[in-house]
Write a protein that binds this ligand. Sequence first.
Ligand code: PLP
Length: 378
Amino acid sequence: MKPETQRRITSFQPPIRTLMGPGPSDVHPRVLEAMARPTIGHLDPAFVEMMEELKILLRYAFQTNNDLTFPVSGPGSVGMESCFVNLVEPGDKVIVCVNGVFGNRMVENVKRAHGEPIVIKDNWGEPVDVQKVEDALKANPGVKVVAFVHAETSTGVQSDAKALAALAHKYGALTIVDAVTSLAGSPLKVDEWELDAVYSGSQKCLSCTPGLSPVTFSERAVESVKARKAIGQSWFMDLSLVLGYWTAAKRTYHHTAPINALYGLHESLVILQEEGIENSWKRHMDNHLMLKVGLEKLGLEFLVAEPYRLPQLNAVKVPSGVDEAEVRRLLLNEYNLEIGAGLGDLAGKVWRIGLMGHASREQNVRLCVQALGEILGA
Ligand SMILES: Cc1ncc(COP(=O)(O)O)c(C=O)c1O
């Protein structure tokens, strides 16, 4: 045996942090308490009843009546992949709007599903340019899907999901929409905006633990999945199989559901329902505006122009001469406060301050502004 195998390892006790990065965000104590309840079988009638409630609660969060609304067992990336593997067949043309890290991941998904990506690039920190998408739709007849990120967590930008969906439908295309960071944090109206396949994540503005991906599919998207010619490459994510567990009158085993994680999601959605979704959107905006005032007093600037800023993800420029990693290290070590670094092209240039879900609170805004002020000597 290796020497380290002899080491006596005891229970892991994580430090208590305030999570103000790009996710995971602070988990609501009620969610943690719900997750500690006794595990029951995933085909137990009591569990099946809770699954039905989860679907109702998720429809409220997504603002949709879509029948096909449920949490995929897996993080946001699995929700993303579920949309692509079910909707994209070999040879399908897919317009992918790339204005940050997660748009690039969509391109990867299209390639792996053997589709033909048509990539529309916008600068990081700017929203998707609707006109460029229309030009691409005109130049490429027969596009099946327009895919875009509603809330780009890598830059803190929101794009106009309603306009992009209207455009896609005008040219007979469906939409795949990444709402991982937008769900519950800023307006997302799946039915009113006629979005088709939308995926999200549990760990951002829902204040739940990571590892679940709520998804919703419109009737148009379901018809398209049913009309597939080729069998999809993924067994686990094949919607026609997963639905035997999530929607059939007689549930059949597909995979062992993450039971306690689903208790947590259920609780987080009950909390959202109690608050009211409009109030949740407003709370995120109010705390963003409070943060903005505090950061501007410290002389810090936002990356994104005001109309496109996400209230739940604030990308802030690192002042010249400041060691951005050292600031994050001090925040973590001295204040137990986590904020995020820049990703990809923005690495070293921005901090990403999340005000998501349960973390979107006045006391967190005050803590963050005070701590940054002390560290920067402002
Ligand atoms: C916009 C966006 N899409 C997709 C993902 C992937 O989600 P996950 O890390 O849960 O797989 C993230 C995660 O941060 C995200 O912010």
